[in-house]
Ligand binder design. Structure first.
Ligand code: GDP
Ligand code: GDP
Length: 436
């Protein structure tokens, strides 16, 4: 299900990223733990009172060559386009500035809920002194001290109250996928080629703008697909649409809504930092992943070309060792006919349920080949394992002591599970739990 989105806007230095970190808490993407991948602070998932939502810090979307006011306006516009709820942040120490008024002026145009946060109200006695901010015309100001965590609970309450009702749009039989990749890798060309083969059908859920940009189609076997649009494909010419950060943010949103991500790489250019960030995000989100190397026609090939390319991918995307790779050309049509079947196989893998008895046979065999680790004279004991979720397939392994389960042993068990069942293209999560 797609989560609603909350965007934070405001001029520099008012405390947007501090508030973002407060709200995202520990849920900020841990992509940085993957070597070579930077942590992204512009997009995360927050949760409050059991409601989950995505949160964007528009301050992270820098438009380096643009004048200050243009940049602030663009960020406000991004918030109005992307978000369901907008948090406008001002600085309680400095008071209202021209830039705050400019932001407020833009926000008058939106009918989306706006929550006005007055940050840096560190002294509780001053919480009453924020009346001035009513003059911005953005409703009741919420006094907050983001660094001290004061008042953020009220802001979260207000966010949750203003979130749109959850739309249940889940249909297990429909495969939702997106094509993600840097500009010019050939996403639009691939989409046109894929859609050329299949019947495009009208979206069954009309109305919301979010769905209007998705394409629904069925293949020759009547499998229904939803292709989720991303920034690179719609070229509306807004200044921010070509910035890398905005494109990363759009990609992350598309990934969130997808079951399967087609990571498109240009054969001429190889893998870039952008690809690593996006792939890391998709991996952490537990999405199915297919690596599509496009423009295969442009390479002078010999017997080793494919092998060498695969080596580069496997080295750079170490964490994606389960993702299949396909070498295609949107121009010549080479291997494009394989894409729908590969997507369907990944869909099958991520929805696979393994019965506990079969699973435990595999686990016990694994333990027989490679005995469980010991620590300070104590040996890890595995009692049994069970699958608790699909998409991604998630297994809980019940043990005597969680601390005795090392990452490397979990990894070994995962590999044994992967050898026994076809989980190609999907992450598999293993969790060790102490048996009660
Ligand atoms: P952004 O540019 O809007 O993202 O602002 P930052 O979150 O980077 O914060 C700008 C500065 O304000 C940093 O030095 C923060 O430590 C400081 N700051 C943020 N929140 C508060 C707060 O609640 N009280 C005080 N006194 N300073 C804060
Ligand atoms: P997007 O920005 O990722 O959507 O990329 P486009 O689909 O717009 O393609 C960018 C450019 O690459 C266009 O000029 C395409 O004609 C070209 N292109 C796309 N796929 C291929 C391919 O497989 N081979 C070659 N040689 N060119 C391609």
């Amino acid at each position: 299900m797609s989560l609603p989105t909350v965007a934070i806007i405001g001029r520099p230095n008012v405390g947007k990223s501090t508030i973002f970190n407060r709200i995202a808490g520990e849920r900020i993407s841990i992509v940085e733990d993957i070597p070579g991948v930077t942590r992204d602070r512009i997009y995360a998932t927050g949760e409050w009172l059991t409601r989950k939502f995505n949160i964007i810090d528009t301050g992270g979307i820098e438009l380096s060559d643009e004048p200050f006011m243009t940049e602030i306006r663009a960020q406000a516009e991004i918030a109005m386009t992307e978000a369901d709820v907008i948090i406008a942040v001002v600085d309680g120490e400095t008071g209202i500035t021209d830039a705050d008024e400019a932001v407020a002026n833009i926000l008058y145009r939106t009918d989306k809920p706006v929550i006005l946060v007055v940050n840096k109200v560190d002294n509780p006695e001053r919480r009453m002194e924020i009346f001035d901010f009513y003059s911005l015309g953005l409703g009741d100001p919420y006094p907050v001290s983001a660094v001290h965590g004061i008042g953020t609970g009220d802001v979260l309450d207000a966010i949750v109250q203003n979130l749109p009702n959850e739309i249940e749009e889940e249909n297990e039989n429909v495969i939702k996928f997106s094509l993600i990749g840097r500009p010019n890798v050939g996403k639009s060309s691939l989409i046109n080629a894929i859609l050329g083969e299949d019947r495009v059908i009208a979206s069954p859920i009309a109305g919301t703008t979010r769905d209007a940009i998705d394409t629904h189609f069925v293949d020759s076997e009547d499998q229904e697909f939803v292709m989720i649009d991303t920034a690179g494909m719609r070229k509306s010419g807004k200044i921010y649409e070509n910035t890398e950060k905005y494109s990363v943010m759009r990609a992350m949103r598309a990934i969130d809504r997808s079951d399967i991500v087609l990571m498109v790489i240009n054969a001429e250019e190889g893998i870039r930092e952008y690809d690593m960030r996006i792939a890391g995000f998709a991996h952490e989100a537990g999405k199915g992943i297919l690596i599509v190397v496009n423009k295969w026609d442009t390479l002078e090939k010999d017997n080793d070309t494919m092998k060498n390319f695969e080596l580069e991918i496997r080295t750079k995307f170490k964490f994606l060792d389960y993702a299949p790779i396909v070498y295609v050309s949107a121009k010549t049509g080479q291997r494009l006919n394989k894409l729908p079947d590969m997507i369907k196989e990944i869909h099958h893998a991520q929805n696979l349920r393994i019965s506990s008895s079969v699973l435990n046979d595999v686990i016990m065999d694994a333990v027989a080949i490679n005995p469980t680790p010991t620590d300070k004279g104590k040996r890890l004991k595995i009692f049994y394992a069970t699958q608790v979720a699909i998409k991604p397939p998630t297994f809980v392994v019940f043990v005597n002591e969680e601390e005795l389960m090392h990452f490397s042993y979990l990894r070994f068990l995962e590999n044994q599970i992967r050898k026994a069942f076809v989980f190609e293209g999907t992450p598999v999560h293993l969790i060790a739990r102490k048996r009660k």
